[in-house]
Design a protein around this ligand. Sequence first.
Ligand code: NAI
Length: 508
Amino acid sequence: MHIFRDEDANLELVQNKKIGIIGYGNQGRAQALNLRDSGMDVLIGNRSDTYSQKALEDGFFCLSIKEVVKRVHIIMLLIPDEVIPNVFDQIILPGIRDKCTLVFASGYNIAFKQMVLPNNIDVILLAPRMIGVGVRENFLNGRGYPSFIGVEQDVTGNARQIALALAKGIGSTTFGAVEVTFQQEAELDLFTEQCFGPAFGNILTSAVDLLLERGYPPEAVLLELYMSGELAYTFQKIAEMGIVEQSSLHSLTSQYGSLSRGMRFLAPEIRERMLEGLNEICSGEFAREWRAEQDKGASSLTMMKEIARSLPLHKLESELLEATGKPRPSVHDSEKNVQAETISFNRDIDTVDSQKNGKFLAGWSFQGLVKDFLNLHAYRNKGKGLEGKEYQVVLQRFLNKCESDKNLIQFAAETKICIVYQIEHPQLIFFMQFGDRKIKTGFGEPQTEADIRIIMQADLLDSIFTRQTNAMRAAISGKMRFHGDTRLAMRVQKIQEDLCRIYIESRN
Ligand code: NAI
C-alpha cells in the first residue's frame, strides 16, 4: 500500500508556472482558491456566465478559455465531463502549448476514449475524492482529503512530480494521494455510482416500504432510517475507525444484535448484479450508451428523474423536511442541482444553455401519501378486483383497443419492444409487441423472445392500470417482479399513462 503525503511532493515544481483553471464550478472554484492560497499563479478560463462573475468577485483574473490556454503551462480541466471533449477539440487543442501539462479531475473521457490527445504534452490525473465544498473546507481546516493521481502521458519526464505538486497545492497530500491509472479511476467511480449506490439505495427503500406496511409512523420511519443524519454520522465514523471498531460507539444490545443477525443478509445475488454492472462499465458499454443518450438530448435521463420524483417516498421526504422547518431546497436554490439541470448536451458548445427542469409534483397531502403507500398492501382486500372470465374479457378488450390507439402506434414507430405480462392468480400470460408502427397483442407466449417480462398478481395489475398503485413502488416492494432490459423497461414508462387510460376505458 502506498500513500503519497506532503513530504513526497515539491510545490516549487509548479510555483514558477502559470496555472489555468478551466471552469469555476464545484471543483474549479475550490481548487483555484486552494492553489492561490498555496502561492500559485492562477488564471481562470471560463465562458461568460454566472461562474465567471463569481471568479471575478473572488478576485481572480478571468478570461475566455481560448485566451487562458495561450498563456499557461498547466491546464486544469474542471468543466463537466460531458462537455470536455468538445471544448477540448474546438477551443483548447488549437492553442495548446508544446510540453504543457493537461490535468483531468476524472479519468472518464480518456478511459472510455471520448477524445484524442496530442502526443506532445503531459497528461495527468488529479481527482479529489471529495466534493468541491469539502475540497475548500478541508484545505482551510488543515485536515486535507484524499485524491487519486495518475499519469497518462509523460513527455517531460516530470509528469508524476507535477501531479504530486498540484495535489499538495490543492491540499490533498495532507491526507494522502493514491496513484491509479485513468482507467482504474473511471471504473471505480462508475462502479460506486452504478452498483454500490443503487444496491444500497434499494436496501434503504425496501426497509422504508416494509416498516410502512407494518404501520409505523412515516416520519418515525424516515428519521430512524436515514433522515435524522445519524446514518451519515455513522458513515463518518466508519471512515475514521473502520467498520468493526466503530461498532463500539453503539450500545452492547446494538453490537450483539447486528453481529448475530448480520449473516442473514449475505445475498450472493447482489454480488452477481454488481459484477454485471462492473462488466458493462469495463467493456465500455455504459460509456457508449451514455454518449448516445446525450446525443439525443438525455431524454431518458429526464424521464427517469421524473419517475423517481413521482415515488411517494420523495413526497414523504418533502413533507418531513417541511415539518422539521428545513424545506427541501428547490433545484433552483441548490447550486449543484442547478448545474446538473442546466447541462444541455448541445454539440454547439457556445450555445450550451440552461434547460431548467424544475418540475416538481404538486397537489399531494400527507394523508393521501400514506394512503398511497398503504394502497399497495391493501389492494387485495378491496374486493373490487375482477374475477376469472370477466378479467380475461377486460384484457381482451384492452389489447384490442391498444392495437389501434394512435399514441401507442406513435410509440411503436419509435420503439421496438416485446413485453410479456405474466399474471399469477389467475394464471394468465399476455403480450404486447411494438415495432414498425404496429402493435401486435395476444394471450400466451409471443413467437419472438420477450424483451421484458413483468410478473405480478392479477389484482396488482388491475390496481396499477387503474392508477391506484404506483408501478415503481410495486417493483421496489417486490410485489411486481421484472426480468429483462431495464432501460427498455424505463422506456415503457412513456406509454404507462396511455395504457392506464385504455385499460380504464376497457374496464368500464
Ligand atoms: P461543474 O458542473 O461544477 O462545472 C461548472 C463549470 O463548467 C462552470 O464554470 C461552467 O461555466 C463550465 N461549463 C459548463 N458547461 C460548459 C460548456 N459547455 N463550455 C464551457 N464551460 C462550461 O463541474 P464539476 O462538478 O466541478 O466537475 C469538474 C470536473 O471535476 C469533472 O471532470 C468531474 O468529473 C470532476 N470531479 C467532480 C467532483 C465533484 O464533486 N463535483 C469530484 C471529483 C471530480
